[in-house]
Design a binder for this molecule. Structure first.
Ligand code: NAD
Length: 470
């Protein structure tokens, strides 16, 4: 059922009204969202005033605010997931709930900040991680609230406040998450407006944020356009851009597990995560068996004629260029098949087909559960094809193999911020793998999986000829 803008705003208002949350006391009955302003100037000024309060706070106090954000994220995970799907039309409610749980539980806080010390005859010198001040952060439509919450935790842990530029197609649910962050601070006795935004985000609003003298760091999570824009701003900027993660399967892989992992990773939240498997490269000797197991794991094997229809449906011409049809992004396999006149049951989670690397469904980053399989003669050809399909994004790549030499060769050649071996792609986010979670992976600017430490400036603090007690 389609839902219009007015209905979404009504849902957000009702959710807020009903949130009395006696266990936390955070959600007062009000229709005014905390941290949401009419103009960019107001949003920046409010975040600047809040940062003056956050910076001198004991770390323990910042941690209290963060633990409230974690608690309230868990309490609201279902609302955020449902509203996110309703507003954007993309993704899967169950998986979005898991993503919010992951953000709440595995995003690092103040423990991520460390100090380096040199102590000797000439005294004690420390290098500390200090805040930038007010950060401008752009968020995508694909993980809207997950990114707002994840960025808020890391940026506030480091002593910053943040002005968000949420995606216009996800503004209501993003603003609701910003409200939750501020209420979590107020509940702990902290300031309001530690995260702010403008009620109606536009390109003009983003432009003001990017050029404003009171914004000292820009962090963009989104496609190539916005990352290039912030990197050209003249300010210090971090770019978490697009990927097109290839998954390579060689002849030594455990094929049934590989197929199940690939389908689980590819279909998570209808393939919206930038790290998710976007195409498979399979060595010829095992390709047929791998495809069989992918079918068994819930895939529809599309014919050549159906693939041609998918291409016509999934892409549209805009300004003479092939672009994604936004009505297909983040939709389930069943919905996508329905669009080309193929009816399947709920057990179908993915659409697979065999194709050339130049097939647009393989070549382009789709963000939908369509997985092309490219057949190669051996692992070396597979590595070369994977490098080509990753397009130099240096974002994410995955492999299923039990040959350590092949895994090492691929890891070196593909040179990505994320390289998952023998698991679904989401293991990279600490979901079924070790390590912390993030929804901002700065592939373009090299920070990789970001956390509080990346939102700091290095400061050297020197005491000469004293405080060395060796
Ligand atoms: P998008 O690029 O359409 O939008 C991202 C944000 O940038 C939005 O807030 C949008 O309003 C803004 N924006 C876009 N162009 C802009 C411009 N020229 N100036 C100012 N603002 C601009 O992306 P999307 O469709 O929401 O998200 C999907 C894309 O983001 C995919 O390419 C995906 O790989 C990438 N992504 C990357 C990461 C990562 O961590 N590397 C995480 C999530 C998404």
């Amino acid at each position: 059922m389609a839902i219009n803008e007015q209905q979404i705003q009504e849902i957000v208002r009702n959710v807020l009204k009903e949130m009395t949350a006696p266990e936390t006391g955070v959600h007062k009955k009000t229709s005014k969202l905390h941290g949401i302003f009419e103009t960019a100037e107001e949003a920046i000024a409010a975040a600047k005033a809040a940062q003056k309060e956050i910076q001198p706070m004991p770390l323990e106090f910042r941690e209290k605010i963060i633990s409230n954000i974690r608690k309230n994220t868990l309490a609201m995970a279902k609302e955020f997931a449902e509203l996110g799907v309703q507003e954007t039309g993309m993704g899967n409610v169950g998986h979005k709930i898991l993503k919010h749980q992951l953000v709440a539980e595995k995003t690092p806080g103040t423990e991520d900040l460390s100090t380096i010390a040199w102590s000797g005859d000439r005294g004690l010198t420390l290098t500390e991680m200090g805040p930038w001040g007010v950060i401008g952060a752009v968020c995508p439509s694909t993980n809207p609230t997950e990114t707002v919450i994840c960025n808020s935790i890391g940026m506030i842990a480091a002593g910053n406040t943040v002005v968000f530029a949420p995606h216009p197609a996800a503004k209501n649910v993003s603003n609701l998450a910003i409200d939750m962050v501020n209420r979590s601070s107020i509940e702990a006795g902290g300031p309001d407006n530690i995260a702010t935004a403008v009620e109606v985000p536009t390109m003009e609003v983003s432009k003001t944020i990017f050029g404003h003298k009171d914004i000292s760091l820009l962090v963009a999570t989104g496609g190539p356009g916005v990352v290039t824009t912030v990197l050209s701003s003249g300010k210090r900027a971090m770019g978490a851009g697009a990927g097109n993660p290839p998954v390579l399967v060689d002849e030594t892989a455990r094929l049934q597990k590989a197929a199940e992992d690939i389908i689980n990773g590819c279909t998570f939240d209808n393939n919206l995560p930038c790290i998710a498997e976007k195409e498979v490269i399979a060595v010829d000797t095992i390709a047929d068996e791998l495809i069989y197991h992918m079918e068994q794991a819930g895939s529809y094997h599309a014919s050549k004629e159906e693939v041609d229809r998918l291409i016509k449906t999934v892409f549209v011409e805009k300004d003479g260029k092939r672009t994604l049809n936004r009505k297909c992004v983040g939709r389930s396999a069943k919905v996508l098949l329905d669009m080309i006149g193929v009816s399947v049951g709920d057990e179908i989670r993915c659409i697979i087909f065999e194709g050339e690397k130049t097939n647009p469904l393989i070549w382009e980053e789709l963000m939908m559960p369509i997985l092309g399989v490219v057949r190669v003669k051996d692992v070396d050809e597979g590595i070369a094809v994977a490098v080509e399909l990753e397009h130099g994004n240096r974002h994410s790549a995955h492999m299923h193999s039990t040959n350590i030499n092949n895994l090492t060769k691929y890891g070196k050649a593909i040179d990505t911020a994320i390289f998952v071996k023998n698991a679904p792609s989401y293991a990279a986010l600490g979901f079924g793998g070790e390590g912390y979670a993030t929804f901002t992976i700065c592939s373009r600017t090299g920070e990789g999986l970001t956390s509080a430490k990346n939102f700091t400036k290095s400061r050297r603090c020197v005491m000469a000829d004293a405080l060395c007690i060796r």
